[in-house]
Design a protein around this ligand. Structure first.
Ligand code: ATP
Length: 194
């Protein structure tokens, strides 16, 4: 069974028909220019909005059900952290909301923020905040990870390889990316009228 399966996806004025099957453990990048619908695609994959046509499933389930079951970790393009919370505390808090979770230190290591564990989120740079949000996406030990615009840090590709080796499927959207780490790189064409 595919980790993520998208077939005949249409979002009017944004996505004019898109198919993608991501097996467990696969690392897949979806690239497209600004406005191509990458964030719209991510929102549909996460069940935050519905498509106008087509189907999306995560391990055979409706996206919303898979998300509710804690099987999906996501980093949206925009997100916020509680400025007064510490980094470790923030990741621990999110991990505690999941039925099964990854050790906090492992999530911090994968996201390259172990050294920031004792800092208050309010003191972090924008790039560091993105890395902490990446740690939050991994905190629940999901078997599908969706990243809308990945964080930029040295260990990012290695963290993807670790996830892939453990059977986690990763879908990353971006305007451009070095493709060496990905099993597949797929283009999302500039927005077409659907
Ligand atoms: N709330 C909204 N109302 C109307 N149109 C919207 C809304 N949100 C997004 N759009 C439009 O949908 C299209 C796709 O937007 P989306 O944010 O998915 O693109 P993107 O590929 O993620 O772009 P970027 O690389 O700039 O983040 C764009 O034409 C955008 O203007």
């Amino acid at each position: 069974m595919y980790a993520i399966r998208i077939s005949g996806l249409v979002k009017r004025h944004v996505i004019a028909g898109f198919d993608l099957s991501v097996p467990p453990g696969a690392l897949v990048a979806v690239l497209g220019p600004p406005g191509a619908g990458k964030s719209a695609l991510v929102e549909i994959v996460l069940g935050l909005t519905g498509p106008d046509a087509g189907e999306v499933s995560i391990h055979g389930r409706a996206p919303r059900d898979a998300v509710r079951a804690g099987r999906v970790g996501a980093m949206l393009q925009h997100g916020t952290l509680l400025d007064d919370c510490g980094v470790h505390e923030t990741v621990a808090m999110i991990a505690a909301l999941h039925r099964s979770s990854r050790p906090v230190t492992e999530a911090l290591d994968l996201a390259g923020v172990r050294a920031l564990a004792g800092r208050r989120c309010g003191t972090l740079s924008p790039g560091e905040r993105r890395q902490v949000r990446y740690a939050l996406a991994l905190a629940g030990c999901p078997d599908v990870v969706v990243l809308d615009e990945p964080p930029a840090f040295e260990g990012f590709h290695e963290s993807l390889r670790v996830l892939g080796r453990r059977g986690t499927a990763v879908l990353v959207t971006a305007r451009s990316l070095p493709d060496a780490v990905f099993d597949r790189v797929v283009a999302l064409p500039a927005a077409a009228i659907a």
